[in-house]
Design a protein around this ligand. Structure first.
Ligand code: UDP
Length: 267
């Protein structure tokens, strides 16, 4: 592994993974990620999958406990074009952006073929139900083990956990927002005994039709955040303008310096 320290910041690459500030990401395309997930199903014991975007990098830089949870996950895919571009700049390209909805659709398709079941947890009341109907429409035969909204109290949490355990799904998709969903899966992974647990952020809102996904050209240009911002400006302006955009520029600066240093080294 090449590991080059730039002041207090480190960027590193290895054949299968890349480190961007405090977080490690797997350099996988979607077929390879799905192959890993099939492996998780075969192993049968619980696995955590994280879909990392710039927000994760921002939060991890302020909260080492969050970085430990993400780095301890069994698979970390890159869900953000800035991370893909940065990986290219660092000379260790991540082949493809993989979003929460990519994973949800592909896992739902796999589950429908194999007779596995999925559990959807999170979002406002009614949203997971709507998303479940759309998934069953798209993948006839898909078994929905259960659904639960994401606004349960501490007192209701035991009931939610009991419900998931009882239904014994092969897949659990958790949409409680980052970082809550990552901490939640991490904390309950062993007791839930679900082979594949994935944090999916706002995916259920999009699949249910409650929020619209950005057009493809915006997704490809890394502008999906601006589309989300336009839909929920009051809630999201601080997240994107004050935190995530500056984080992206900081990482880009590091990656550029690393590239220049690597050039000097090779002379
Ligand atoms: N959410 C939830 N419970 C909460 C807070 C949020 O179920 O206590 C849901 C919210 O309704 C939304 C999802 O979490 O469906 C993702 O929220 P956000 O857009 O903040 O997260 P991100 O996509 O950035 O991870």
């Amino acid at each position: 592994m090449m590991d080059r320290t730039l002041g207090r910041q480190t960027l590193a690459v290895s054949p299968g993974r890349i480190r961007i500030r405090d977080l490690y990401l797997d350099r996988l395309d979607l077929p390879a990620a799905m192959e890993r997930i099939e492996g998780f199903l075969q192993e049968g014991w619980p696995h955590q999958v994280v879909t990392v975007n710039v927000r994760f990098v921002t939060i991890a830089s302020q909260d080492p406990a969050f970085a430990r949870v993400v780095n301890g996950a069994h698979m970390a895919v890159a869900d953000g074009m800035p991370l893909i571009w940065l990986s290219r700049l660092m000379g260790a390209p991540i082949p493809q952006r993989i979003t929460g909805s990519d994973l949800l659709f592909h896992c739902a398709s796999l589950a429908a073929q194999r007779g596995h079941s999925i559990f959807l947890l999170g979002a406002a009341p009614g949203v997971a139900q709507e998303a479940a109907w759309r998934l069953v429409d798209t993948y006839p035969g898909l078994r929905i083990a259960g659904i639960h909204h994401g606004y349960f109290s501490q007192a209701e949490e035991q009931e939610v956990l009991r419900c998931i355990r009882q239904r014994r799904p092969q897949f659990l998709f958790v949409a409680l927002g980052c970082p809550r969903q990552e901490f939640w899966i991490h904390r309950h992974l062993d007791e839930l005994e679900v082979p594949v647990c994935v944090g999916i952020g706002g995916t259920l809102d999009v699949i249910s039709g409650r929020l619209k996904r950005a057009p493809l050209w915006m997704q490809r240009c890394g502008l999906e955040w601006s589309y989300r911002l336009a839909q929920e400006p009051r809630r999201l302006w601080k997240r994107y303008i004050v935190e995530d955009v500056p984080t992206t520029f900081r990482i880009a600066g590091l990656a550029l310096r690393q590239r220049l240093l690597a050039r000097v080294d090779h002379r």
